[in-house]
Structure formats: structure tokens, C-alpha cells
Write a new protein. Structure first.
Length: 200
């Protein structure tokens, strides 16, 4: 009976984090004005999601649930996920090839203990997964303190989401905007303060 209760609790957590991930994705799309062709870098510690210390309790089933929740919102909008690997792979990224044609790819296949469960879920779910050492993404989701800033375009702007947790993990989000250059004499396009134009 205890095993049955445990299985039910796991199933409940699976659906909970999938739903929370989907809400976070939708809120980021709206806050960052994301559109087709743009890339969101996602770092995710499943250890933190299940209430453990980052890097200590990798959970592939939870990673798949979170990936499904995010991709179920992003993919229909033509928005790509770049799944950040853990420090053991130097925070490389797994992304669909069609999103980064012409980029310099590297050869690695992430595993739950060497790459992260989330990056592994992305690799196993994408049609044509490739690995990159770096990317300049249009927005980001940091689930559990994974430090995604190195893969965002300049200038990164924090975004406060109502869905600020997935499971037990804190969710931090960011969008980007073009740099303001030219000093006091410069005239700026006010519409770009909130992000990039649709045609970029």
C-alpha cells in the first residue's frame, strides 16, 4: 500500500510541475513579447524542484514533465528552447538544429549525471538535437538557481512571473532589450525599451 501511495504522490508531482512549467512559459511569452523564431534558454535543477540541493537528486521523470509543460506552450508559437546543461558540460546547450543553422556545434550527448536531466529530456525530445557551447537567447527561465545569464543577449532585464516556483524550485525569468548607445544627444526608439521588434 505504501508503494501505491508513493506512486500516486509521484504522479501528482509530475502533473503539478508540468502545469506550473506551462504557466511560467505562457507568462514569459506575454511579458517578453516573444514571437516565432526566438530562443528561450532554460536551466533547470530537478533536484531543487523536488526539494533537494542542486546537483544532488537528478530526477529524469520530473525533467520530462517540465520539458513537456514548457515545450507544449513554446513549440506551437514557433519559439525554441535551448536547454542548458550543468557545469559538468560547461553549461553547453541542447537545441533544435533548425533554430541555429550555421552555428558551430559540438559533440556531446547529455546524461542525467553529466549534463542534467532537463537537457537529457530535451535531447531525447527534439527532432534534430545539437549541442552548442554558447548562444545568445532572447529570454530565459532559471528553475532552481542554474545561472543562465551567460547565454542571454545584452541587455538582460529581470521579469517577475506570478508563477515563481516550479515544485520547490524558485523560478527567475529574464527578457532582453537592445543596448542604449550614443549618450545624452542620442534619440531612442521608445518601443524598443520593452524588447526587440518583431522583424529582428
Amino acid at each position: 500500500m505504501a508503494g501505491t501511495v508513493h506512486e500516486l504522490e509521484q504522479k501528482d508531482l509530475f502533473w503539478q510541475v508540468q502545469s506550473e512549467a506551462a504557466r511560467a512559459a505562457q507568462q514569459l511569452i506575454e511579458a517578453a513579447h516573444l514571437h516565432q523564431g526566438q530562443i528561450v534558454v532554460v536551466g533547470c535543477s530537478t533536484s531543487e524542484v523536488v526539494g533537494r540541493r542542486v546537483g544532488s537528486w537528478s530526477t529524469p521523470e520530473i525533467a520530462q514533465a517540465i520539458f513537456s509543460g514548457l515545450n507544449g506552450v513554446f513549440a506551437p508559437q514557433g519559439i525554441y528552447i535551448a536547454a542548458q546543461c550543468c557545469e559538468h558540460l560547461n553549461r553547453a546547450l541542447i537545441v533544435e538544429y533548425e533554430a541555429v543553422r550555421g552555428a558551430e556545434i559540438v559533440n556531446v550527448k547529455p546524461q542525467p549525471k553529466a549534463g542534467s536531466s532537463f537537457a537529457t529530456a530535451a535531447y531525447n525530445s527534439f527532432r534534430q538535437p545539437v549541442a552548442l557551447e554558447e548562444i545568445k537567447a532572447d529570454a530565459g527561465l532559471d528553475i532552481g538557481g542554474t545561472l543562465i545569464g551567460m547565454h542571454l543577449k545584452k541587455v538582460a532585464v529581470p521579469v517577475r512571473l506570478d508563477q515563481n516556483h516550479i515544485g520547490s524550485a524558485i523560478v527567475l525569468a529574464a527578457r532582453v532589450r537592445p543596448k542604449f548607445i550614443g549618450g545624452e544627444r542620442a534619440i531612442y526608439d521608445e518601443s524598443l525599451k520593452d524588447g526587440y521588434p518583431d522583424f529582428v
